[in-house]
Design a protein around this ligand. Structure first.
Ligand code: ZN
Length: 449
């Protein structure tokens, strides 16, 4: 049993003073508030639950910064995707493990304690299944174990190149399965999980999956999370309308039984009717503001969606830059820039933007990954401490503490991060950052040579 005492900790969506946590077997055994510290407690000044990163493609960390060069007048998501396909063409399972471990180290250092890995790189470079169909899923599990981050594995089903069952392109050959092959992969991946890791199913997008296949995937995984890319691109919306007469989110809400176990990744291009219906469905919008800005996707209508009662989680998606505060800041700033107003992701009842963003991402993220949210008895001991000596926290008070972290801290605000009761980050640095970073650098240097 380990004991932690915080001057203040984020319990039940607010800062509470004098918080003592007992941790046993990786879980929180008791939570006391308004108590003094005791001999033997590990003491910290501010503690808060780690966030769930609802959407990651771990291997894409290895190409971060390699697609920022203008190569043609219409550079956009689709030209970026060509670069991404060329990069992943060369990756072995060992490469994926090394790159993904580095991404997961950075996630822990950046305030995330669990990741939803939207895992679609399944096959060998020729497009043939490995002898173990879940070999690549195993690389993700290896990366999770090496870094310590909690894992929700989301094996991706990918069968088609565009709406209406269009043939896939050669660049997609490492992703492709039929339903039977995917079923074998899914079951083999499940056997690799341990601890509190869980599994869900991820139909890649309505471009890649037929409606009949979607129904089969849902019956394959009747209780876990369901994640799908939806409405990230205007062209995708137009193609979907041409195929079905409906927009992607509209189609999913009308035909797929979208409910609280669904996470619709991006949902960037939704109209007012879709905004209200998505909010009412109980599903989570998986927002990835840094990647969506990097790829030039567009701006999610977050203020209207939240006003309608919508839930969201945040994800690092392409892993171009991994930082929970940066995702939340980018979300708020996207709304400010498009509406030319300030303090938008807040309300009269909850006027502090940082606290509002954090609480919503905490609850939406946990729902999207199928786990309970926050620091409470029985839940995984996944928490973060701040270094309140960081200049951004000077003269801090409870109301503005999260605003200072999200909007004003740059690096260094996070001191320690615990995952399942193990301290993986201390003084802002992962305990194995040196070893995992060295393997990552060697891997990427060889791939790019
Ligand atoms: Zn994605």
């Amino acid at each position: 049993m380990a004991a932690y005492w915080f001057e203040r900790a984020w319990i039940d969506d607010r800062w509470q003073k004098g918080v003592r946590l007992l941790v046993a077997d990786g879980r929180i055994a008791s939570v006391e508030t308004g108590v003094a510290t005791m001999d033997g407690d590990e003491r910290h000044r501010a503690g808060l639950p780690g966030l769930c990163n609802v959407h990651s493609h771990g291997f894409q960390r290895g190409m971060a910064g390699l697609s920022e060069r203008r190569s043609r007048p219409d550079d956009n998501f689709w030209s970026w995707r060509e670069i991404m396909y060329r990069f992943l063409d060369r990756l072995t399972p060992e490469d994926v493990a090394a790159i993904t471990a580095q991404a997961y180290v950075e996630m822990l250092e950046g305030g995330f304690t669990r990741v939803g890995e939207f895992h679609y790189l399944h096959h060998d470079p020729a497009g043939a299944a490995y002898a173990d169909p879940a070999e690549m899923a195993g690389a993700i599990v290896t990366a999770s174990a090496a870094s310590g981050i909690g894992l929700t594995l989301l094996p991706v089903f990918y069968a088609h190149g565009n709406f209406g069952g269009a043939a896939p392109s050669p660049g997609q050959r490492r992703f492709l399965c039929d339903i039977n092959g995917f079923s074998r992969l899914f079951e083999a991946a499940r056997t690799k999980l341990s601890g509190d890791a869980n599994i869900g199913v991820a139909p890649h997008s309505l471009r890649a999956v037929s409606s009949g296949q979607l129904a089969e995937l849902l019956s394959m995984s009747p209780t876990g999370p369901v994640h799908i890319h939806a409405a990230e691109q205007v062209k995708e919306v137009e193609d979907c309308v041409a195929w079905s007469g409906a927009r992607p989110v509209e189609w999913l809400l009308a035909n797929a039984g979208v409910d609280a176990r669904w996470c619709l990744i991006h949902s960037t291009h939704i109209n007012e009717d879709e905004t209200a219906a998505l909010a009412a469905s109980g599903a989570v919008a998986g927002l990835c503001p840094v990647t969506e800005a990097n790829l030039g996707d567009g701006i999610f209508p977050a203020t209207g969606y939240v006003a309608a009662g919508g839930r969201f989680g945040i994800g690092t998606d392409s892993n171009i830059l991994i930082d929970a505060a940066q995702e939340l800041r980018s979300l708020e700033y996207s709304q400010r820039l498009s509406q030319r107003a300030r303090a938008l992701m807040a309300s009269e009842e909850a006027p502090f933007v940082g606290a509002n963003l954090f609480a919503r991402a905490l609850h939406g993220g946990a729902r999207a990954l199928g786990i309970p949210a926050g620091l409470a008895v029985g839940q995984a001991a996944d928490f973060v401490s701040f270094d309140l000596d960081h200049p951004a926290f000077a003269g801090t008070d409870d109301d503005t503490l999260l605003d200072r972290w999200i909007f004003a801290a740059r690096a260094g605000a996070i001191d320690c991060v615990w995952r399942a009761g193990v301290k993986y980050v201390e003084k802002g640095r992962h305990v194995d950052a040196g070893k995992i970073g060295a393997a990552y650098r060697a891997c990427v240097a060889r791939i790019l040579a």
